[in-house]
Design a protein around this ligand. Structure first.
Ligand SMILES: [Zn+2]
Length: 438
């Protein structure tokens, strides 16, 4: 049993002062009570305890990318960042697109993870049958435009088939929405004109690239009857697609699209290259103005090595790490007064639990899983590459002065991270409630 005392507890009913008792991985008691004899006690020193953060979009790179990141390094980075559940993307090598590979992945990760985890299942033009056989997956992830790895469904007939299979199996569809034909055309134009600077990236993957694919996915999913979640929206146009769906389409935004703009490509080069790209000031401000219409905030944690990022623009891979800076960056927005702590809990805990079907996660309620994050809203630190635990060892937010940090992370009722120390990898695969026939 674990007792957290002297805490300010963020519950759905508001802040409760007192203690949390955890037993067998569950929250068993919240509030003021006479504590029983326990093995472990943490004094929260009056700090706020949040539900453990759910990062519903990460690339932990195994199999095939362990020079960039391993499950150990990535899940430690998550624990350090107050993240207690991650949902991992399928564009590995080989990609997770068959039930056999899903089983292999489960065997590969078991016993190695510091945080809880689930897996997205990749769509290909021909794997509808595999989708129908898959079990306990976060979503069917469809890459409408090409990015890291070779997963791509850029044919509308194949897209329709995949959406139908996902509907039949009861799975959420999650899209990386970029129009592949437009990317190819704009790439050819840029190469012909002799461009080779990272600053060209937002012109190649222009707003229309994202907007067209998002609206196409919204139209097809409406006709088929899918639940659709659009990954990493970055443009004003995509916000309109989501708004016009009247709540049927949910969406995600990333910290980098909320906090960085395209001019970062000039100062940081390929270290600010990701898909979809950083946008204009007008787009970034629109994301904040319509923050209420953004369902979840997730990182798209996509580490690459420094030497890969130092290549020529055309060769350098797209993607930035983020799992350990997600919560601090969002808490800093609370400190600055842009949003409230309740917004952070909604976008990082309640909403991902709802969208992906994790009814016992993301909230501090008796009977729910004991995944908890203690935060110190008075702690100020500068994000520095030397403090990054992810194997890649760098952050696009290096130099950001941030107020509000996670200090202790509890997964399944056990301390996995406390003040710079890591403990045991006690993470387990989560169970999704949205499945066949649901
Ligand atoms: Zn991604």
């Amino acid at each position: 049993m674990l007792l957290i005392d002297n805490a300010r507890i963020f519950t759905p009913q508001g802040i409760v002062e007192g203690s949390i008792l955890c037993k067998d991985g569950e929250i068993v008691k919240i509030g003021s009570f006479e504590p029983p004899e326990v093995e472990d006690t943490i004094n929260a020193h009056g700090n706020v305890v949040l539900p453990g953060i759910i990062d519903s979009h990460v690339h932990f790179r195994e199999p095939g990318g362990d020079h960039k990141e391993t499950w150990e390094t990535a899940s430690r980075a998550a624990a350090k960042g107050g993240v207690t559940t991650v949902l991992d993307m399928p564009n590995t090598s080989p990609p997770l697109t068959t039930v056999k590979r899903l089983a292999d992945k489960r065997a590969m990760v078991r016993g190695r993870s510091y945080v809880n985890y689930g897996f997205h299942f990749g769509a290909t033009p021909t794997n509808a049958e595999e989708i129908l056989l898959a079990d306990n997956i976060a979503s069917v992830k469809v890459y409408m435009g090409s990015t890291t790895g070779d997963l791509l469904v850029d044919d509308d007939g194949a897209l329709y088939t995949i959406f139908k299979a996902a509907k039949q199996a009861g799975f959420l569809v999650m899209v990386h929405a970029e129009n592949e034909a437009l990317i190819k055309k704009l790439t050819a134009d840029a190469k012909k004109a002799g461009h080779n600077s990272p600053s060209i990236h937002p012109r190649i993957r222009d707003n229309v690239v994202a907007a067209e694919a998002s609206s196409r996915a919204a139209i097809i999913s409406k006709s088929v009857g899918n639940r659709l979640h659009i990954a990493h929206i970055s443009t004003r146009q995509e916000l309109n697609v989501v708004r016009l769906s009247n709540g049927r389409v949910t969406c995600e935004a990333t910290p980098h699209h909320l906090l960085l703009e395209e001019d970062a490509l000039e100062s940081m080069g390929n270290f600010a290259k990701m898909n979809p790209p950083l946008r204009s000031d007008a787009d970034r401000r629109a994301l904040w103005r319509q923050f209420a219409n953004i369902t979840t905030v997730a990182t798209d944690h996509a580490p690459h090595t420094r030497s890969e990022k130092q290549k020529d623009y055309w060769e350098a891979p797209a993607g930035v790490p983020g799992v350990e800076t997600l919560l601090p960056l969002m808490l800093n927005e609370v400190s600055r007064g842009r949003i409230e702590l309740g917004d952070v809990v909604e976008k990082l805990c309640y909403a991902p639990a709802r969208v992906f079907g994790l009814p016992t996660k993301g909230k501090i309620v008796e009977g729910c899983d004991a995944d908890l994050t203690i935060i110190d809203m008075n702690l100020t630190k500068v994000i520095d590459d030397s403090s990054i635990v992810s194997k890649c060892g760098w952050s696009p937010f290096c130099g950001f002065r941030v107020r509000g940090w996670p200090v202790t992370t509890i997964v399944n009722g056990q301390i996995v991270y406390n003040k710079a120390n890591f403990f045991e990898p006690v993470g387990k695969e989560v169970r999704f409630s949205h499945q066949k026939g649901v």
